[in-house]
Design a protein. Structure first.
Length: 174
């Protein structure tokens, strides 16, 4: 193998990585937003996960799923951040003027607010269960917690959502 073959592999790998980011970047941002609860932390999660993917890109085989790698990395980064800021509860405040992107309305708006108000671990469990459609064992593996903890966190989160959404809808209709 001569030196040109190695450079060609790198160029091909760079092109495949760029193509992956181009095609899946928006979906990763949506996943990050659901996971983190706001667009700023979502962008950070995506950026950090893509940096880790880029470093691992040469080791990934063609049968590996880079999107699965990134999503798992994002969930782990989200939980790691939660663990570091366990006592701190930073809150993201919306801008003074309304943002007219793809914001849901009515009942969905109340659901998004309630989801954003959940503790990080509970939100991560719900996102992995209902958005990523992982089972309890897979969620436990991604988050590094027991299956029992997954079930209890999901139960608590769903109880909070059930209580918060009707109250928010009633308040919005007054």
């Amino acid at each position: 193998m001569n030196g040109n073959d190695g450079r060609q592999e790198q160029v091909d790998g760079d092109a495949r990585f760029a193509e992956f980011v181009t095609h899946r970047g928006e979906a990763l941002m949506r996943y990050g937003h659901v996971l983190a609860g706001n667009p700023h932390d979502a962008a950070d999660l995506v950026q950090e996960a893509l940096l880790k993917l880029r470093a691992a890109w040469p080791r990934l085989r063609s049968k590996d799923n880079p999107e699965s790698y990134v999503r798992t990395t994002m969930a782990r980064l989200h939980i790691a951040t939660w663990r570091l800021r366990r006592r701190e509860q930073p809150a993201w405040e919306p801008p003074d003027r309304e943002h007219h992107d793809v914001l849901p309305s009515g009942d969905e708006q109340a659901m998004w607010r309630a989801l954003a108000g959940l503790p990080r671990r509970q939100r991560a469990v719900l996102v992995l269960r209902y958005y990523e459609q992982l089972d309890d064992a897979e969620i436990a593996g991604v988050l590094g917690i027991s299956r029992g903890t997954v079930r209890s966190q999901a139960s608590r989160a769903l109880d909070k959502l059930r209580a918060a959404v009707p109250a928010a809808i009633e308040e919005a209709t007054r």
